[in-house]
Ligand binder design. Structure first.
Ligand code: F6P
Length: 358
């Protein structure tokens, strides 16, 4: 509403550029007129890097609304170990998410409300964990009418994966493969500098969020250029930037946004607002190796995690090694056989659902 009010206000003072030389200084002005509906653009007296970038961006803007779907890869071996970066494959938990994601795509992305095929796109990074997350998504060939001549049809491969280097995760350079705790211990100064300014901080021999923003520019232009719904299977830092761009978060907020695992975020930018719909596809598999388990507080993303071994929960009278990749109902069934208060049972269930978000 606020946006419409602004438009009405500006309309009162708006004086169109008519590029017929009616205004005495007009020929000296730098301007761009666009009519996206007719794909008609007038670009006048545009010089220099920045203006040309703006023109390129505006010319590629879409005026028809369509959705983007953003998801992180399924849980990777490094996620499980609390290590950053690397190029590890998916855990069993991650593979299960990949299957659930494929089901989600079938139901929500490649079919319209009427059940008809909707041509759709799939992008991943070049890293193993995103490509493995895409592996169960079906690539069927459909026929769609040509835009220029609807009597003609052409073939379209649904969700044909396209891997982009631009979408690779922020590279942590010398810290790649470490846990946050190891970084803090080995490089306390680096750790401190990152805490002070996460946006501009560049890992030694690695990247900063500002570097990621720069390399994502062609991605945003491509996203704007295409008409079809698009699923991006990416990484935490990269998706934070794309999400921030569409939802209007500032650059300084972007590195702190929450993009959890096991979640599809649908972003539908419109002329007035950007609609966001979050679908939680957390798989029911529950991994319980004590070495990796953390009871996460709601502020876990600030890394205030309490190692489970330090929490006195009387119910854990079982050997966690036996519980790797066992389903939650099975665990609860087992726990029933030990004396257990309802509150503890509930907190255990919460923990199961929280700690997988790593
Ligand atoms: O932990 C997963 C991960 O994708 C790492 O590979 C990456 O370094 C990190 O998230 C980025 O998040 P942050 O900038 O909060 O450290």
């Amino acid at each position: 509403m606020d946006f419409r009010k602004k438009v009405e206000k500006y309309r009162k003072f708006y004086e169109p550029v008519d590029h017929n030389g009616n205004h005495e200084d007009e020929s000296k002005w730098t301007y761009m007129k666009c009519d996206h509906s007719k794909q008609h653009f007038v670009v006048h007296n545009v010089k220099g890097y920045l203006f040309q970038k703006v023109v390129n961006f505006i010319m590629n803007l879409r005026t028809t609304s369509h959705a983007f779907y953003l998801t992180r890869h399924g849980q990777s071996e490094y996620n499980d170990l609390g290590r950053i970066g690397g190029d590890s494959g998916l855990t069993v938990h991650g593979l299960r998410y990949a299957q659930k994601l494929a089901e989600f795509v079938d139901k929500n992305i490649v079919k319209g409300k009427d059940g008809n095929d909707v041509p759709a796109r799939l992008w991943t990074s070049t890293m193993r964990r995103t490509r493995e997350t895409a592996q169960f998504i079906k690539q069927t060939t459909i026929r769609i009418p040509s835009e220029t001549d609807p009597s003609l049809e052409y073939e379209w491969v649904q969700m044909r994966p396209r891997a982009w280097h631009h979408l690779d995760e922020l590279f942590a350079g010398s810290c790649d493969g470490m846990t946050y705790e190891e970084i803090e211990e080995k490089f306390p100064e680096e750790w401190e500098r990152r805490n002070v300014d996460k946006l501009a901080y560049r890992y030694p021999r690695g990247e900063s969020y500002l570097d990621v923003i720069a390399r994502l520019e062609p991605i945003i232009i491509e996203m704007e250029r295409h008409q079809e719904p698009l699923l991006i299977i990416g990484h935490q830092a990269v998706l934070r930037i794309i999400y921030a761009f569409y939802t209007g978060h500032s650059r300084s907020e972007a590195p702190h946004l929450s993009i959890p695992l096991n979640t599809v975020i649908q972003v539908a930018p419109g002329p007035v607002e950007c609609k966001v719909t979050v679908s939680n596809l957390r798989p029911v598999l529950c991994e319980m190796s004590l070495g990796h388990c953390f009871l996460m507080s709601s502020v876990y993303r600030e890394r205030s995690c309490i190692p489970l071994s330090k929490v006195s929960v009387p119910m854990v009278k079982m050997n966690p090694a036996n519980y790797r990749f066992v389903s939650l109902p099975m665990i609860l069934l087992h726990i029933k056989s030990v004396p257990l208060g309802l509150a503890q049972l509930l907190s255990f269930a919460c923990w199961c659902s929280l700690f997988t978000d790593r």
